[in-house]
Each structure stands twice: as C-alpha cells, then as structure tokens.
Design a protein around this ligand. Structure first.
Ligand code: DLL
Length: 435
C-alpha cells in the first residue's frame, strides 16, 4: 500500500472535486427534503426548494443547522432513513438531558471507517502495523472510529479504550504497538508513566500517534513526540458529522486535510452567518454529502478556524483546516468531555444552600486538565456546621460527576467573594494555553 489510502480522491483536481461535491450535494438535498420534515420546514421558511440547489455554488442558500436544532429534534427528528436501516448510534460526551444522538447505516459506518483509514495511512500506517486504540469505546466516537479505520487498513488492532495506564504500557511493550490513538493529554500521560516505570522511547516500538478530540498546542506535540519517540499527528471530527476523521493531518503537520468528498466545509462569520473568503478566520460549517441516516446540511460546528488551499507537500489536494483556535460558544473541553457552564449552573440552581454564583477554573498540570468549581455559599449557610458544608460540597461534586462523567474539585467560598462583573459574568477562567 502506498502513501495514500485513496489516491484518486485525496489528490483529485480541484475541478473534479467540485464536480463530485456538486453532484453529491444535489442528491443529498433531495434526500433530506424527501425524508426529513424538520429540515424541509427550515428550507420552506427560507423559501428554498431542492430545485434551487444545482451545485456547490448554491450551498449558501440553504439554512444552517445548530446544536439547538439537534436537541429540538431529539431523538429521531433529523433521521433520514427508516430506523430498521440503521445499525448504530453514537452520542456526544457530557451533555445533560437531551444528548445529541447520531445515527448510522452500514454505509455510513463504512464511509466513517474509510475516513479514519485515510488518517491512519497518512500517519504511515499499513497492514504491518499494530495499532493501539486508547480513545474511549462506547457512545463516544473516538474508540469505534479509529478501531474501524485500523481494521480497514488491516493493522492488528488493540481495542484498549482509555485508563489503566500501566497495563497500556505493558501491552504496548509485549505486543509491539507501533501506532497509538488517544487524546493528546492521555498520550502525554502515557509518556510520563512510561518514564516513571523506568522505560524510555527505546523500550517501545511506537512510531506514530493519532491524537485529537480536544485542543492541543505545538508545544504539547513536541513534548509527546519527545516522551514517546514518535511523530504525533492531529485528527479532528465531531459526533454530529460522523466522529474522528472529518479531517486528518499528513506528514507536513501544518493543518488537517478535510475529507471533502464526504464533507463540504465553509467558514462563516459567527455573528452574521455570512460566508467568508478563503483564508479568513471564522466558524467552521459542514455539510455531509454522503451520509444516509443522519445527513446534516450546513451544520455550525462552533469551532473557529481558517481554511487553506495552499499546495501541500504531501501531494493531497484536499482543503486544509487549521487547528481549531477556539469556539464561538462557551463550550469547554475538559479531560476530553464537552462541558457547558450552563450545566454547572443547573446543578447549583437545584441546591437551596448554594448560590448560582460560581466560577470554573480550568488548568493543565503535567499535561492533565484540572477542573475546579468555586461556589458561593448563601448567607444563611455561614452559620452551619462544617459537616453540613462538607456534605453540600460532596453533593455538588456527585451531581456534577453524574451529569458530566468527570470529577470536579468543589470549593465553597464565602458569600460575595466571587468578583461581580458589570457586563457578562466571568464564569470561566481557563489557564490552559491551548492556542
Ligand atoms: O471529539 C470526535 C473525535 C474523536 C475527534 C477522536 C478526534 C479524535 P465530540 O465529542 O462530538 O467528537 O467533540 C467534538 O471536539 O467540535 C471540537 O471542538 C473538538 N475537537 C475534536 N477534535 C479536535 C482537535 C470528537 N483535533 C468537538 N483539535 C469539536 C481541537 C478538537 N479540538
């Protein structure tokens, strides 16, 4: 196998790609119109019908979809195929109440696996490799996505999931893993543990890592590369659009190639919705043109980035996106889990003795996220015993854990000690320097 998983697509001329995207877009709009009343209504409200969409130049006429639409339409409202044709669901991490649920037919799983196979091949993977997948398995797309890609490439796949780091290292050594797939923070942790166990890069066979699902810096890349003696590749994706493999990095390591035969990317101004020219920084919007069960048109990712078509030395012509530089909403990614401050607020509002005055403090210590929530006590709580204050702390911690699936350190603080703001409350202090 060569350097590409699918050379014809990955190195296709601009003109041919536009043609392919246009054909697929026209068919996809018709499929959605015919099968998804929710989106049809959005189109009607905008005065657009499938007859108005004759190619990618007409994409801007279509309405946007947002996470709020997905929650409104939960669970089946955006499904475009009979449930009997679906074989899988996946879901986003850490959202409360109505989670975002994405559906897949077997065809959708195949194309997703294919995208991940392209990423693994771009990182130098072949059927000779041993690929250790330590993304979480389950509703999260990380494990299943890279697992599928690894199978497709023909690597010997180790479906480890995350956790039990010493055992990860033992398997890595015993089975000679050559490719590691996990979040960048877990990769750094594995690297540190390797050293703590008295080993170094010379004691393992790893050559490459495929890391994503959360923001990470160039400094962190160098640190992971040093600790594990590998080349570290970025990978991007989101549950709504399929999962990991929407875009992937090549050996040039200057951005991620978007799998444009499946996903059309646009950059918009997050405030006005206006489409911005190439090279502008703005919100990334995706239209999935090949998915059957859950085909989202003009889905606003809230990720801020830049697209470029500058020639890439790897030979791929697929457009490249920069690392996400932030979000146009207030979502945080802590320990790989998507966290909205409103989820924390809703926990606090349920407790009579805590006030909804809080601050979230996130930092990164030894490459691991720390997550602290400071909550103001109500005045009448001040006269309570230490024991009842501790009980409240525990109750908040347990509720946060049950909603988000990760633990936060809760610190109850005196009334009025969290600074008030005259404008928007400063709810989040993110000390991690991720961009
Ligand atoms: O994180 C899918 C994934 C799994 C990607 C494994 C890569 C590897 P969600 O849980 O739905 O899906 O979260 C999607 O995570 O909108 C970005 O804000 C962020 N994100 C994903 N990849 C990257 C990355 C998976 N490489 C949200 N760099 C997205 C920065 C990333 N942020």
């Amino acid at each position: 196998m060569g350097k590409y998983w699918n050379e014809e697509i990955e190195c296709m001329s601009r003109e041919d790609m536009k043609k392919l995207q246009s054909e697929r877009l026209v068919a996809q709009v018709r499929h959605v119109w015919d099968n998804v009343p929710y989106y049809r209504r959005l189109m009607e409200e905008k005065g657009v019908t499938p007859d108005d969409i004759n190619g990618i130049e007409d994409l801007h006429k279509l309405p946007f979809l947002t996470k709020a639409d997905l929650r409104d339409a939960y669970p089946y409202g955006l499904l475009a195929k009979p449930l009997a044709d679906c074989v899988r669901i996946q879901s986003t991490s850490g959202t409360t109440g109505k989670r975002v649920v994405a559906f897949y037919t077997q065809h959708d799983i195949d194309l997703w696996d294919d995208c991940c196979a392209r990423a693994i091949t771009a990182a130098g993977g072949t059927r000779e490799d041993v690929c250790q997948v330590c993304y979480g398995y389950g509703l999260f797309t990380g494990g299943p996505g890279l697992n599928g890609g690894s199978h497709k490439v023909g690597c010997l796949t180790l479906p480890m999931s995350s956790g039990n780091t010493e055992r990860q290292i033992q398997f890595m050594r015993d089975l000679g893993s050559t490719i590691l797939c996990c979040t960048p923070s877990y990769a750094a942790y594995i690297g540190e543990t390797l050293h703590d166990m008295g080993y170094g890069p010379e004691d393992i066979k790893l050559k490459a890592g495929i890391f994503g699902a959360e923001p990470w810096t160039e400094e962190m890349r160098h640190e992971i590369e040093r600790l594990l003696g590998i080349k570290a590749y970025d990978i991007y994706g989101l549950t709504e659009i399929s999962g990991p493999g929407v875009s992937f990095e090549c050996e040039e390591q200057t951005g991620m190639h978007i799998n444009e035969d499946h996903f059309i990317a646009e950059i918009i101004d997050p405030n006005t919705g206006e489409v911005l020219p190439e090279g502008s920084k703005g919100e990334l919007v995706f239209t999935s043109i090949t998915k059957e069960a859950f085909p989202l048109l003009r889905y606003r990712t809230r990720d801020i980035c830049v697209l470029t078509r500058k020639k890439c030395s790897c030979g791929r012509t697929l457009v490249k996106m920069s690392k996400p530089m932030g979000r146009s909403d207030d979502m945080l990614i802590i320990k790989g889990v998507n966290v909205f401050p409103s989820q924390i607020e809703s926990v606090l509002l349920k407790m009579s003795k805590a006030t909804p005055n809080y601050q979230i403090i996130v930092d990164r210590v030894n490459n691991t996220d720390t997550f602290e929530i400071r909550v103001e006590l109500s005045d009448d709580m001040l006269s309570d015993t230490i024991k009842s204050i501790e009980d409240l702390e525990k109750k908040i911690a347990a509720d946060i854990h049950s909603i988000l699936g990760i633990r936060a350190k809760i610190r109850l603080v005196e009334p009025k000690s969290i600074p008030r703001s005259e404008g928007k409350a400063v709810r989040v202090i993110d000390k991690r320097k991720l961009v």
